[in-house]
Design a protein around this ligand. Structure first.
Ligand code: ZN
Ligand code: ZN
Length: 351
């Protein structure tokens, strides 16, 4: 059963506090409850007796627009000035809402956000400047530099890869054309993942179980100088653990055998490299004649040059054959060097 509890209010005129909400006027100075009145509860609850309680919790007080007094919901005229209820300027709850909005606005004005942002930026400024300086130093150190230099050495090396047609021994599950079988063996071809049996395992599980009720008391402002006491019960839960048996499949890997063939067959296989090299301007390929069972399978070449700058620094680089060919030992050359590496010779970029 809901009970009616007495609310309290403070008089702003004579600073009288803790006045019973049932008193429409301040007993010290006679001022009425008004638009600034906010009812509150005390630690010690005082219940309104049963007969009187029937008159409370029916509706919020209305505010007189002429004198500002709060009047009972069922009063047709203002107790303060006798004005008609039709002239009301809202009720208790609207007054409280306005007061709260005013307080929130005032709080927001006292904490301007702009200053906070600016101080946050200030904190990071040294870090940003430091980072910018560091990036500039690295960019300066890594910048490409131009040098006047002379070609001090040239070198080249050329390679021809040679294959030989010969008999080799291989193994496979099938014999290719031309294969001459030398042996057959029973070997594992693959494994099959096969269901062997089921095993029973215990699995931990949990569930929520209702375990009685939690009781607590709530108070609702009636807006007429009283509060309604309400006892609320909410169900309480606890976690219950239990085990359940589960059937799980167990698999085994079963080897599957098949005949593997070992056979002789003729194949082209890498045999040797024919290499030539020199420190001069005249590269050539090895011209050794190949046998009937030999063939060429590719060629490769490397051309390098050394440069010494007028500041006596030495750089070495690989070059395309075309560019390498235009440079003679003792020639002058314009270099671009970045991070200790030549990136361009006489205006031609080097990859
Ligand atoms: Zn007073
Ligand atoms: Zn009035």
């Amino acid at each position: 059963m809901d009970k009616i509890v007495v609310g309290y209010w403070d008089c702003p005129y004579c600073k009288n506090t803790g006045i019973s909400g049932l008193e429409k006027r301040c007993p010290a100075c006679g001022h009425s409850q008004d638009a600034g009145t906010k009812f509150y509860l005390k630690e010690q609850k005082e219940y309104v007796d049963k007969e009187k309680a029937a008159n409370y919790g029916k509706g919020a007080d209305w505010t007189c627009s002429y004198c500002g007094a709060l009047n009972r919901y069922d009063a047709a005229v203002c107790v303060g000035c006798g004005a008609d209820r039709e002239e009301s300027s809202g009720d208790y709850f609207e007054n409280v809402k306005k007061q709260e909005e005013k307080a929130a606005k005032k709080k927001a004005e006292q904490q301007p956000q702009q200053t906070e942002n600016r101080s946050g930026m200030k904190r990071f400024l040294p870090l940003i400047i430091g980072l910018a300086v560091l990036i500039s130093i690295i960019a300066f150190a890594c910048r490409p530099r131009n040098y006047d230099a002379s070609v001090t050495a040239k070198a080249w090396s050329r390679t021809i890869n040679v294959e030989e047609y010969k008999t080799v021994n291989e193994s496979d599950w099938n014999v290719p054309d031309g294969g001459r079988v030398t042996d057959e063996r029973n070997e594992i071809h693959h494994y099959d993942h096969v269901l062997d049996h089921y095993e029973t395992v215990e699995v931990q599980k949990s569930r929520q179980v209702q375990d009685g009720y939690d009781t607590h008391t709530e108070y609702r402002d009636n807006g007429d100088g009283t509060f309604t006491e309400n006892t609320v019960q909410t169900p309480r839960y606890r976690t219950e653990y239990y085990t359940e048996e589960e059937e799980r499949p167990v698999y085994v890997d079963v080897p599957r055998y098949q005949t593997k063939y070992y056979y002789d067959i003729e194949r082209w296989v890498p045999e040797k490299k024919l290499e030539t090299s020199g420190g001069d301007d005249k590269p050539y390929w090895d011209d050794t004649k190949l046998a009937d069972n030999e063939r060429e399978s590719g060629r490769s070449a490397v051309y390098t040059a050394d440069f010494t700058t007028d500041k006596d620094k030495t750089y070495s680089t690989e070059l395309d054959e075309g560019l390498w060919d235009t440079l003679k030992t003792g020639d002058r050359a314009a270099l671009v060097v970045k991070n200790g590496k030549i990136t361009s010779v006489n205006g031609t970029e080097i990859r």
